[in-house]
Design a binder for this molecule. Structure first.
Ligand code: OVM
Length: 398
């Protein structure tokens, strides 16, 4: 076999603690090594450059999701849970669930939530200002989504503490079975059992996203068997993602206090600030695809059936695409970033995330003169998420 001799290789474990804690040096190596790199440790391929990652994301025919978007190849291994009808599937099966969920989470459906979500953000920030020094992760980035999103889905009041551990485990499970996955195993039966139960029709309030999914089954747009799994996608992908995205935007402003001044002067920049944070931090760092055919790429060939790890976070800081990519900069146009993916599978919940972030940033911008570091920040390690465990900050009132 000489096929792979043209492919540069790396012996680094991208899911090792050191890389997860600070992935940027590895991303640089990956981009410099070539269009595609073979990762010896897992015998998979990797892409770190914007052009290649973007091209693969929009090429669902040659880069499929149905074999799983984690390291595990569903053609050979049993998935840890029934595969997602949205994330881990390809057309044509993917299409009905996607078409059902899209309008439920579209901007016009979210309009009715804006006023109360803004009020909740205003109240939360007022209470945080009374305390002065807070942990921007626990007290803001976790607290806010947990106040608005489970209600919007239509969950009951009990057991909501399982949401974050479930999402954290699901995102770990896209990686190899390392200590981060093992850490989640002990509590998994209870957490996973609770999540499964909440997807049933009679557990959901009649006015939420969940009820609307079940109504789509009544119309025949999806089957009644599919409805609970689509509700499960909301519970899997809708909480940890927004938590770590909110933490990222706070971290962005900590890294560039002059940008906070810009937002304060013009709170209309809240949306661009959030998208720039998604580009800059890429809370979802990676997803795999599987080659459906031999894919030639420069001098290399990715053989059919092999997994390819796409580094969204690396593409979002590729200097071939972005000027001064490491700078958190509200004056750039971050659109085109791949932090929400791209193409057919692009994040269906992105408008929910943007609305949450806009409410939080507007509440902060009108009340807070400065956000200052107030202690040691701590990373939270996850095989897929770029996350903070703790960001102690002082909120200086305006
Ligand atoms: C899902 C899903 C979708 C996107 C991300 C994700 C855990 C899960 O449909 O369950 O991450």
């Amino acid at each position: 076999m000489t096929l792979t001799t043209a492919v540069p290789t790396s012996a680094t474990d991208p899911f090792g603690d050191d890389v997860l804690a600070d992935p940027l040096p590895f991303h640089h190596e990956l981009r410099e090594a070539g269009q595609v790199v073979h990762l010896e440790r897992y015998d998979v391929y990797a892409m770190g450059r914007y052009a290649e990652v973007h091209a693969a994301l929009v090429d669902w025919q040659r880069f499929q999701s149905g074999a799983g978007v984690g390291l595990s190849n569903f053609r050979r291994e049993k998935p840890w849970r029934p595969p997602s009808l949205l994330l881990e599937t390809d057309p044509p099966g993917h299409d009905a669930p996607r078409h059902v969920l899209e309008p439920i989470l579209a901007p016009r459906s979210l309009r009715r939530l804006r006023e109360s979500w803004q009020q909740t953000a205003d109240d939360l920030v007022d209470s945080l200002l009374d305390r002065g020094t807070i942990d921007a992760v626990a007290d803001l980035a976790e607290a806010y989504p947990l106040r608005v999103f489970p209600d919007a889905v239509g969950l009951g009041p009990d057991g909501r503490e399982h949401l974050l551990p479930y999402g954290d485990h699901a995102f770990n499970a896209f990686g190899p079975p390392n200590h981060l996955v093992e850490k989640g195993q002990a509590g998994l039966p209870e957490v996973s059992g609770w999540v499964g139960e909440q997807c049933a029709r009679d557990r959901l309030t009649p006015d939420g996203f969940g009820a609307r999914i079940w109504e789509a089954a009544d119309r025949g747009d999806i089957t009644h068997d599919q409805a609970p799994l689509i509700v499960r996608s909301l519970l899997t992908a809708g909480v940890d993602t927004t938590v770590h995205a909110l933490a990222a935007v706070i971290d962005g402003f900590l890294s560039a206090p002059d940008q906070w001044e810009l937002l304060r002067r013009d709170p209309g920049r809240a949306r661009v600030a959030f998208d720039e944070a998604i580009r800059w931090a890429s809370p979802v760092q990676t997803f795999f695809r599987t080659a459906t055919v031999d894919v030639p790429l420069g001098d290399a060939v990715i053989p059919a059936g092999e997994k390819i790890l796409m580094f969204l976070g690396s593409a979002n800081r590729d200097p071939r695409r972005w000027t001064d990519p490491d700078r958190f900069d509200l004056s750039r146009d971050p659109s085109g970033h791949v932090g929400f993916g791209m193409g057919l599978h692009q994040c269906v919940g992105q408008h929910v995330a943007r609305l949450e972030a806009e409410c939080v940033l507007r509440a902060l911008a009108s009340r807070v003169r400065a956000i200052e570091p107030a202690g040691e920040s701590r990373r939270h390690l996850n095989n897929t998420l770029r996350a903070w465990a703790s960001l102690p900050v002082r909120l200086v009132p305006a």
